[in-house]
Design a binder for this molecule. Structure first.
Ligand SMILES: [Fe+2]
Ligand SMILES: [Fe+2]
Length: 274
């Protein structure tokens, strides 16, 4: 499968735009997948540079209900009139982040777009196609990303800590390879990968997505113990890792120093084969 990073925080070179967001295009033998849309139309502009026609995308999967993953939905609907949009129930809730000074910021998706019958709400385990499966992490056993502490849902004026049941992960199998895609890994990257192992009996060949080592509302605070544990665990899985976005450049550098060749930065504009 060919993986193209269409939106990410840092670009591969000046041909490509970047933003605080994530969007990943996957080209399979018989279909095209989009995993998230980034925060704006950056994913669509970068797709053009890479000569990818987004009207051909067969399935759009939303990893979770934050604007930096679904902010481009409006543009996607303008470009594509066939793909269903697979999302977890609650994905359109009113998500809010609270900074250190107590200022709140809306970080949810636009629920008022003309979605028609395009949205498909997924179960905790969802077989999308014979080679594509989605799953949600049920319970939390490992330490969770520090950044989650500032992320809430506004329920009738009351801010409730986000339980991230609106987050899902995607598994694609092709040519004997299994790839695990995650958006922000709010449920903890180690926990997500361990859930994958318990479910499928082995580790994926590759892991692609954000690992949530830092967060915007936290400034530059990094949970170094969490990064150390994650690096140790990911090395054990022997998976090829591609990360960026909420992993943060600083977090990535620490991870890279521990994982070496087993981890690469997923710049917007980067394409790789698995
Ligand atoms: Fe997020
Ligand atoms: Fe994110």
């Amino acid at each position: 499968m060919m993986v193209s990073i269409l939106s990410e925080n840092v670009s591969l070179d000046e041909k490509f735009g970047c933003e605080h967001g994530l969007s990943i295009h996957v080209n399979l033998n018989d279909k095209e997948i989009l995993f998230d849309t980034g925060a704006s139309d950056v994913f669509a502009k970068n797709a053009k540079v890479l000569d990818l026609d987004l009207s051909k995308v067969d399935h759009l999967i939303l990893s979770h209900g934050h604007y930096d993953h679904g902010g481009g939905l409006k543009h996607f609907l303008e470009l594509n009139n066939k793909a269903k949009i697979y999302a977890r129930p609650g994905v359109f809730d009113d998500f809010v982040s609270v900074d250190e000074d107590g200022n709140t910021r809306s970080i949810g998706l636009n629920k008022n777009l003309n979605y028609g019958d395009r949205i498909v709400y997924t179960d905790k385990e969802f077989q999308l196609d014979f080679d594509i499966e989605l799953f949600t992490v049920e319970s939390r056993k490992d330490c969770m990303p520090l950044g989650n502490k500032r992320l809430f849902v506004n329920k009738e004026g009351r801010l409730i800590l986000d339980d991230f049941k609106h987050e899902q992960n995607m598994v694609i199998r092709e040519g004997g390879k299994a790839v695990l895609f995650c958006g922000c890994a709010h449920n903890g990257i180690m926990h997500i990968v361990k859930t994958y192992r318990d479910k499928f009996g082995s580790y994926p060949d590759a892991i692609v997505g954000g690992f949530h080592f830092g967060s915007r509302s936290q400034g530059s605070t990094l949970d170094e113990k969490f990064i150390d544990q994650t690096a140790e665990f990911l090395i054990e899985t022997k998976a090829e890792c591609y990360t960026g976005h909420c992993t943060g450049v600083k977090g990535y550098k620490i991870l890279k120093s521990k994982m070496g060749d087993k981890v690469r930065y997923m710049f917007s504009g980067l394409q790789f084969k698995v």
